[in-house]
Design a protein around this ligand. Sequence first.
Ligand SMILES: [Ca+2]
Ligand SMILES: [Ca+2]
Length: 389
Amino acid sequence: MKSSLFFSLGFLCLCISLLPSFSTSTILFQGFVWASSDEAGGWWNHLKPLVPEIAASGAEYVWLPPPSNADKNGRQGYLPKRLYDLDTSSYGNKEELKSLVATFQQSGVKAVSDIVINHRMPESNDSNGRNSVFEGGTPDSRLDWGVAEICRDDPEYQGTGNPDTGMGWGGVPDIDHTSTRVQQELSDWMNWLKTEVGFSGWRFDMVLGYAPKFTKLYIDNTKPEFSVGELFQKVHLGSDNKPLTNQDEHRNTLVNWVNEVGSGVLTFDFTTKMILGYATYPFPEDKIMLGYVYILTHPGHPSIFYHDYFERENGIKENIKSLSAIRKRNGITATSTINILAAEADLYMANIDNKIIVKIGPNGNLGNLLPSNAQVATKGQDYAVWELK
Ligand SMILES: [Ca+2]
Ligand SMILES: [Ca+2]
């Protein structure tokens, strides 16, 4: 996806899940930023010495950017071309990627690959002058597609496949996921990413681009340990152009998608992210830590963003580590119970699982909200977390 959207999902995401198999305290680490494709020496090489610090964040999974050869106008990998070619990515070559993934595994962190399959960039024109000849990146014909694999309602490319089952992406052919060849060859490629590179899971890009049953099909065919879909939709606004107080419809879209896909899939909780961040979008720099206090103490699957962890000052990294440790020590999961004790403009306070109490906001007058058995576990500017002993 393009950069503005990409950054919007960088920080302060929780993930929504509905299945108990994921009700552990899974933490995802987004291991790149939009500019990572410009890193001198390659991003895979850059990340490798940072693996121990990423593991120390408490993350079980690290999300890496699309690893394949991509169009030169999309260095970040979101306009993929030769999917099997991992040697000509902006992030580095195949051996460097394999070495990085193995290093993560040795540190107890599993790698999640970004899967961009709504659309794909052709290699050249066919004999009729249509920009529709795809090259898979191997000497054989795997993923060497043509107009038959392009949706017919993408007239720019004169596709002859079935109509798109989801949204289209401009300037690049939308792939026809009803095609059994597309289904089989993409599944084979993803299984190759597992066996050849060592990936354990998927982050599906732009899942509104095709019907939920196809995400289900790719998950069922490849059996990832972890999968999350990027279901981006704008926050719902009222007539005053401000976000509606009730965002249930926005959230229900996410929940319905998770229900339709099933198979243990998660989705980024854009509803919560936007409610947290909309009033002063982008998320206020000086409140980033408070955002992490919220997501790392609450039900869900918190996501830690590389930029926040490594590129900010004021000890955010150490504070994140403390919060992750508290989360794990107290067994906070995706299905933990939350009891909101205060929700005022200057004070938010909640009890999670009767194990911890979190307070966010400048108001230090807690009255009788704090029980006598609460012991401070960590605190910082405008926040504190207590454990109930
Ligand atoms: Ca080929
Ligand atoms: Ca599409």
